[in-house]
Design a protein around this ligand. Structure first.
Ligand code: NAD
Ligand code: TYD
Length: 355
């Protein structure tokens, strides 16, 4: 079986749902259910015989030791993290705790358990660390895209904490021989993304006729990848990636934020016209994010060449799927916005439940 940390979040839940649709191998989600963890994301698979959920924190070493001893996984896919740049600016300590201390604790628990395995199981085990392109810092308009050899230059507390975890993962391979893989992916979008990130925030605000806050001039560039393509890339790296290597994952889709917001407005206008007029009227330029990285771009040629991975969605198809998903899941949006999903978690887990 495999363990997926952070599997109740945006990308992790997409990964687990896709996994169970394509594989007979059991999957266990380990997630402590922060504000970003939502069991509602996993509702479609909660009764699946190959699915198990454990509420637990990756900084909890005794819990991790017990979980590894009980489950004997053949791989750990490590998504769990604090993931929002703006939150990291307002309160970096949770990022240091989960992204650095949590990754360290998970690596150590894994190493100690793994060291005692028989040789064949030791060599087939994988620890796959899911990271971000933000570790590479920012690009000018003419710089070449980030490759796997671009020096790390993280600029936000979030990026610095992810960079630190990448370095720990690297060191656990070089020093202890732990069979690790690292992926550095560009901005994801798709179903189940918490409406604090650009695309879902714009969708839910536009549907509610609220202002659409664009930071600064809106000309910052990101590379956008549909979440299902990130998940297929992670599966490819897990099955065929070379231990100790890092793989950049991207969508060949660089766009300025303002253009993304305009596209979201146009598609919503097309699918659900607003009698008050085009939603672009709601675009509001607000104070820029401190230290805002200007441009990210990914050179994904290594994963394409070595593992034969390519994204299945273009931005044109992926954004339509995403908008249709949000339009069809008003209940999910309402639960997230009202906090009802958290009340349910408190009722379900208030008495404590562990590995
Ligand atoms: P998310 O914030 O939606 O989900 C994170 C999940 O981790 C939540 O379910 C949360 O409850 C859980 N979690 C947080 N702290 C934990 C802890 N201490 N113990 C156990 N669980 C904990 O994040 P996401 O957008 O799905 O990102 C997943 C991973 O992918 C992160 O590592 C992130 O850095 C990386 N990534 C994200 C993007 C993106 O665009 N969203 C791009 C590249 C890489
Ligand atoms: P975000 O989704 O937070 O991802 P990241 O900061 O990890 O790239 O933001 C994507 C881009 O959109 C980033 O340049 C900041 C910008 N942005 C806005 O302009 N307005 C917003 O309300 C948000 C959340 C982001």
């Amino acid at each position: 079986m495999i363990i997926v940390t952070g599997g109740a979040g945006f990308i992790g839940s997409n990964f687990v749902i896709d996994w169970l649709a394509q594989s007979d191998e059991p999957v266990l989600v380990l997630d402590c259910l922060t504000y970003a963890g939502n069991l509602g994301n996993l509702r479609s698979i909660e009764a699946h015989p190959n699915f198990e959920f454990v509420r637990g924190d990756i900084t909890d070493r005794p819990m991790l030791d017990a979980l590894l001893a009980r489950t004997q996984p053949r791989a750990i896919i490590h998504f769990a993290a604090e993931s929002h740049v703006d939150r990291s600016i307002h309160g970096p300590s949770a990022f240091i705790r989960t992204n650095i201390e949590g990754s360290f604790t998970l690596l150590e628990a894994t190493r100690v358990w793994w060291s005692a395995l028989p040789e064949t199981r030791k060599s087939s085990f994988r620890f796959l660390h899911v990271s971000t392109d933000e570790v590479y810092g920012t690009l000018s308009a003419t710089d070449p895209a980030f490759s796997e050899t671009t020096p790390y230059a993280p600029n936000s507390p979030y990026a610095a904490s992810k960079a630190a975890s990448d370095h720990l993962v690297r060191a656990w391979h070089h020093t202890y021989g732990l069979p690790v893989l690292t992926t550095n992916c560009s901005n994801n979008y798709g179903p189940f993304q918490f409406p604090e990130k650009l695309i879902p925030l714009m969708i839910v605000n536009a549907l509610a006729a609220k202002p659409l806050p664009v930071y600064g001039d809106g000309r910052q560039i990101r590379d956008w990848l549909y979440v299902g393509d990130h998940c297929s890339a992670v599966r490819a790296v897990l099955e065929r990636g070379r231990c100790g290597e890092t793989y950049n994952i991207g969508g060949h889709n660089e766009q300025a934020n303002i253009d993304i917001v305009r596209t979201v407005c146009e598609l919503l206008d097309e699918r659900r016209p607003d009698p008050a007029g085009p939603r672009a009227r709601l675009i509001t330029h607000v104070t820029d994010r401190p230290g805002h990285d200007r441009r990210y771009a990914i050179d994904a040629r290594k994963i394409e060449r070595e593992l034969g991975w390519h994204p299945a969605e273009t931005f044109a198809t992926g954004i339509r799927r995403t908008i249709d998903w949000y339009l069809g899941h008003a209940d999910w949006i309402a639960d997230v916005q009202s906090g009802a999903y958290r009340e349910w978690i408190a009722a379900q887990y208030g008495q404590g439940r562990s590995a």
